[in-house]
Design a binder for this molecule. Structure first.
Ligand code: ZN
Length: 200
């Protein structure tokens, strides 16, 4: 069985704000008992340390799972790098324009049952360029191919959901979060967040 994760990604925090908000978010999670106060070296995948589930972690999830405490990989990792909040395996399939509603498809979805999906490189290319530009410090704004509205990377309606930003809280192998927890998380950060489930 592979490991899975949920990333709560702040899509509005600037590079300068990220360290302060990382500390504030952690303080809130510790005070609420969602994560433990003491970090642990090896409870997350990727660069550690991580924070194991706290005594009230069940408040954050839809269905608490007793097995979480027994898992080797069960912590929360904070990242303050410019990063894509991605979902591990799988592919981005579509992006919807928030201005005109047009949907850009990156996968050929009209093929027969059982055929592997084929990537549409021509449709993907401008998005790929915008993401690269964002990584290099740009704004990542891309004109909609349908209505020409300038749309930022975090404003496209992506399927599956992902996001782009400087602050991420990544929880390993936790049961799905309650929507109320994600809403409260966003309120505490004072920013819009995306909650991205992913699998390795
Ligand atoms: Zn449009």
């Amino acid at each position: 069985m592979g490991d899975w994760f949920q990333t709560v990604g702040d899509v509005e925090a600037t590079k300068e704000e990220a360290p302060r908000l990382a500390a504030a978010g952690l303080s809130w999670l510790v005070a609420a008992g969602i994560v433990a106060a003491e970090p642990h070296e090896s409870c997350v995948l990727g660069k550690g340390p991580g924070y194991p589930p706290g005594p009230r972690y069940a408040d954050a999830v839809t269905e608490p799972d007793e097995r979480l405490a027994l898992l080797w990989t069960n912590g929360m990792r904070i990242s303050t790098c410019r990063t894509v909040f991605d979902f591990g395996q799988d592919e981005i399939r579509r992006a919807g324009c928030p201005a005109c509603g047009a949907v850009v498809r990156f996968m050929d979805e009209e093929r027969g049952c059982g055929d592997p999906l084929r990537h549409d490189a021509a449709a993907w290319q401008p998005f790929d360029a915008a993401i690269r530009q964002w990584f290099e410090g740009g704004d990542g704004v891309l004109a909609c191919p349908e209505c020409a509205a300038p749309v930022g990377l975090n404003d496209w309606r992506w399927e599956p959901v992902w996001g782009f930003g400087h602050l991420a809280f990544q929880f390993w192998n936790w049961p799905p979060f309650r929507p109320e927890f994600v809403t409260e998380f966003a309120r505490r950060l004072g920013h819009r967040v995306v909650c991205v489930p992913g699998k390795l």
